[in-house]
Structures are given as structure tokens and as C-alpha cells.
Design a protein around this ligand. Structure first.
Ligand SMILES: Nc1ncnc2c1ncn2[C@@H]1O[C@H](COP(=O)(O)OP(=O)(O)O)[C@@H](O)[C@H]1O
Ligand SMILES: O=C(CO)[C@@H](O)[C@H](O)COP(=O)(O)O
Length: 472
């Protein structure tokens, strides 16, 4: 029996899933935590990977492996392949001004709307999260580190390179899915835009990973397993779920993500929808928020309860005017990097733990419902939601989701869908076929409810009061 492994190096942890290459049956698994923070020495990812691999019983008997990882993180390497500084992660907002500057500069160059010019060029409008804005921040704030940067890559590129022995910068590889989140690669054309890389990095032209085909091997591990091209975590999840037209994948992890697999690339000049690529050669228009599962963590902490009790409190309390806007880490969609969270509508009758628990879950879901609206505005069909991520373990989130999202919500059994997507890609690389192998889908439960537009209307009023609030 041939075995494949999928790795998910996400914001909070590293997971390794080993599956049967043909049937997709789970054989074993392992995990390890990542340190907190929005900048991190990539070596910590490697340490966690080694721990997770050991926890999964090793990879020596595995025939192919692929890496899915958090998108956008800026990993700068010098000409000897050493890391120049800590990686700046997708949720690090110090590059917010740099992103605004890049939009203005391309607007001036093209004599039009800068946001639309970026969207037309690469499908993505710079935000603090996008790699090109992080490079501009580096050029402006740490020019010596910028000068030492011989190559720039993403978290999954770096981890895949490490697995293959890190034998020189020429061996760096990526895929369209993750490259499309950089701001200097177009998902529509499949080409790098080195002119935009240089605009971001103030004229510097570091080496970029070569872009491998969706099932192309990029090397071998020390034990001889093929290494698949890997991809960004959201493209990996879509591959695991085999998302089809009409399906919207909603992930409640550290980030809140709303995405869909399509044939047409998005070019949204407002920047609400990012025009990313998927892991199979198609497109992955995507909306991402900075605040998702950790809103539930924070509310549980505030109330001094665990996740099960938070859920119980929320489900045993009616929605009675209390609104929680969950911008605890600033926000990316809408683009309010300096915003803070807010609680609005307190009355004597709703000043209870249950009302706060319910408001937190509703606020989180309302932000995701806005994301579905943004995708629809780009022509994406949204007939049902596939709900995944650590936050989907919350019974209250699952129960309240269909009423607020306004469509049936399918919840696949709890699992690690990014690691599974990476494993399916590894099996595809091993098989060398034109299509990925067909694996049985996980069992799922469907949640349906009448929609509750009043909750969204109240949320929208309060959301817009937070504009301009400053967390500093
Ligand atoms: N039962 C639960 N209810 C709500 N949130 C949960 C539950 N179990 C785990 N989580 C949260 O899910 C998050 C981790 O989800 P995950 O999708 O693995 O995140 P990431 O991929 O960003 O690292 C953590 O913030 C964790 O506290
Ligand atoms: O920035 C994005 C997508 O654009 C995030 O989705 C990151 O890819 C992090 O993912 P998680 O660690 O929350 O899964």
C-alpha cells in the first residue's frame, strides 16, 4: 500500500496526516504547536514540523508528501539561503501604510484608480497581509535587511525546500495557489509581474521560487519520498473538499475565510475579494478576515468558561440587541487595520454572559456573511456553505450559521482539511495522472434554518460605527 503525507503549517500549529494514496483512508496523524506572534523565525516551523512528524510516527515509509501552509508570509533569504529576519505573517498589520502607498503609486503610474490597476494586473489589491506590502515595509524600515535579501518565498515554499534538503536558492519552488497571494503573480495569466515586485521592493529584484505545475514533483525527501508542489492553506482545503460550483468554503481558523473554486479570475478593485488561484489550475476568489476562532477563544476567556460552555450559553440565549464587532486584531475585510472590537446595545436585560456569548458568535458569522455577499458581487454562485476550521467544533457556530449565512451549511466531520488537501496533492503527484485521485468524502451533517436578516442589519449599523476607531 502506497502512503502519502499532507502537512498543514498553519498560524497556530503544524499537523501531519498520513493517508493511503489510493483510497485516502487515514493511517496516522501528528501535531505540534507554533509560538504566538505575527512574526516568527521560520526555524520554529521546522521544529514544529519535526515534532509533528515524530508524533505521526515518522515519514520514512511515505511515498510522497506535500505542504499546505498559511498564505502570504514574507520569508527573506540571503544568498547563502539563511533567513534574513523573522518572517512577517499574513496577520501582521505593520505594512498597512505600505499597502496604501503601493495602491496610490500604481494609480499615479497608470493615471487611473490604483486599486483597480492592481486588481487588473494581479487580481489582488495590496493590503497589510499581502507579501508585496511587507516587502515595501522592509525596504523602508530595514533597508539593510532588504539589501541582503537574495530570494523571497512563502511559508509553504520554505518548508518544502527544507524537506528537499534546501540545496541552493535555485531549488526553491511554489505553486500558482500560493504565488497568487503575493501581489506579484497573476492567477489569470500564470506569470510573475517582476515590475510590481520591484515597485514594492523599491527597485530590488530578488529571486522568486519557480512555479511548479499542480501535480509536479519538486524534489525528494531524505528518505526518498516525492515532494509535491504544495500550496496555500485555503487552496489545499478546497482540494480536500472537492469544492464544486455553488459551494462556498467557509473556514473558521485563526483567519475567517470565504472562498469558492471558479473558472474566471476575480479582479475586484475594491480589494474585498482577492483573485487567488486554486491548486488544480482553476481560480479561488477569496475573502479573508483577521478575526475568527480567536474571537471565540477571547470571549470564552472573558466569561471564564470553556468552548463547550460558551456554546451552551449562546444557544440558550435569544438574540436581543447586543452586537459584538469582532475586530480584536484590527481588520482586513473591511480594511481597518487599526480598528478595535466593540460591544454595542447593552441594556439591563441583555447584560448577561449568554447574550455576550451569542453576540460574539453572531458577530463572527455576520463578518463571514458579508464575505459571501462580496463573492456574490463578483458573480460567484453561493448555494451552500462547507464549514471547516477549528471554530467549526463550536456547536453554537454550527447551529447559528445557516440563519445568518442564509444558505444550508454542510459541516464535514471534524478533521484537518488543509493537511488532507496536501495529502491528496501528494497522491496526485505520485500517480502522475491528469486529475487528482478520487477519495471518498468525509461524512457530513447539514444545518438549515430560516434566515435572520435583522441580526445582520443590526450588525451592519454597529460595524460602520467602528470605522476610524483606533486600537493603539
Ligand atoms: N470547540 C471549539 N469551539 C470553538 N473554537 C475552537 C474549538 N476547538 C478549537 N477551537 C479554536 O480553533 C482555533 C484553531 O483552529 P485551526 O483551524 O486549527 O486554526 P489555524 O489553521 O489558523 O491554526 C483555535 O483558536 C482554537 O481555540
Ligand atoms: O491570509 C489568509 C488568506 O488570504 C489566511 O487564511 C492565512 O492563510 C492563514 O490561515 P489560517 O492559519 O487561519 O488557516
Amino acid at each position: 500500500m502506497a502512503l502519502v503525507a499532507g502537512i498543514d503549517s498553519s498560524t497556530q500549529s503544524c499537523k501531519v496526516y498520513v493517508r493511503d494514496a489510493e483510497s485516502g483512508e487515514l493511517v496516522r496523524q501528528g501535531r505540534a504547536g507554533h509560538p504566538d506572534g505575527t512574526e516568527i523565525d521560520p526555524q520554529r516551523w521546522k521544529d514544529a514540523l519535526d515534532e509533528a512528524v515524530a508524533d505521526a510516527g515518522g515519514l520514512d515509509d511515505v511515498d510522497a508528501v506535500s505542504v499546505g501552509a498559511q498564505q502570504h508570509g514574507m520569508v527573506c533569504l540571503d544568498d547563502a539561503g539563511a533567513v534574513v529576519r523573522k518572517a512577517l505573517l499574513w496577520n501582521d498589520t505593520r505594512s498597512a501604510q505600505a499597502a496604501d502607498d503601493l495602491i496610490a503609486e500604481l494609480g499615479e503610474q497608470t493615471g487611473g484608480d490604483g486599486g483597480q490597476a492592481w486588481a487588473d494586473a494581479v487580481g489582488v489589491v495590496p493590503l497589510a497581509s499581502i507579501t508585496v506590502a511587507k516587502l515595501r515595509w522592509l525596504a523602508d524600515h530595514e533597508p539593510d535587511n532588504a539589501d541582503r535579501t537574495a530570494a523571497v518565498c512563502l511559508p509553504h515554499d520554505w518548508i518544502g525546500w527544507q524537506l528537499g534538503g534546501a540545496s541552493g536558492l535555485d531549488a526553491l519552488a511554489t505553486d500558482r495557489g500560493d504565488a497568487s497571494g503575493t501581489g506579484y503573480f497573476s492567477a489569470a495569466s500564470g506569470e510573475y509581474r517582476t515590475d510590481l515586485l520591484q515597485l514594492g521592493f523599491r527597485g530590488r529584484n530578488p529571486m522568486l521560487p519557480r512555479v511548479a505545475a499542480p501535480n509536479e514533483a519538486i524534489g525528494h525527501t531524505s528518505s526518498g519520498a516525492l515532494i509535491g508542489p504544495g500550496t496555500g492553506d485555503n487552496a489545499a482545503a478546497a482540494l480536500a473538499l472537492d469544492a464544486q460550483p455553488g459551494d462556498v468554503v467557509v473556514s473558521v481558523g485563526t483567519s475567517g475565510v470565504v472562498s469558492a473554486v471558479t473558472s474566471v479570475a476575480a479582479a475586484d478593485g475594491s480589494g474585498l475579494v482577492a483573485g487567488f488561484a486554486d491548486a488544480t489550475g482553476r481560480q479561488l476568489p477569496l475573502v479573508c478576515t483577521l478575526n475568527a476562532a480567536r474571537v471565540l477563544d477571547a470571549t470564552a476567556r472573558l466569561l471564564g468558561v470553556d468552548h463547550d460552555e460558551l456554546s451552551r450559553l449562546a444557544l440558550s440565549t435569544a438574540s436581543e440587541g447586543l452586537v459584538l464587532v469582532p475586530y480584536l486584531e484590527g481588520e482586513r475585510t473591511p480594511n481597518r487595520p487599526d480598528a478595535s472590537g466593540a460591544i454595542h446595545g447593552l441594556r439591563l436585560h441583555n447584560s448577561t454572559p449568554g447574550h455576550l456569548a451569542r453576540a460574539a458568535i453572531e458577530g463572527l458569522l455576520c463578518g463571514l456573511a458579508d464575505g459571501i455577499d462580496h463573492l456574490r458581487a463578483q458573480g460567484v454562485e453561493a448555494k451552500r456553505v462547507l464549514l471547516i476550521g477549528g471554530g467549526a467544533k463550536s456547536a453554537a457556530l454550527r447551529e447559528l450559521a445557516p440563519a445568518i449565512l442564509g444558505v444550508p451549511v454542510i459541516v464535514p466531520e471534524p478533521g484537518e482539511y488543509v493537511a488532507d488537501g496536501a495529502a491528496r496533492q501528494a497522491a496526485w503527484t505520485l500517480a502522475g495522472t491528469s486529475e487528482p485521485p478520487t477519495w471518498a468524502q468525509a461524512a457530513s451533517k447539514t444545518y438549515e434554518a430560516d434566515s435572520t436578516p435583522a441580526v445582520r442589519e443590526r450588525y451592519a449599523e454597529v460595524r460602520d460605527l467602528t470605522e476610524g476607531t483606533n486600537a493603539m
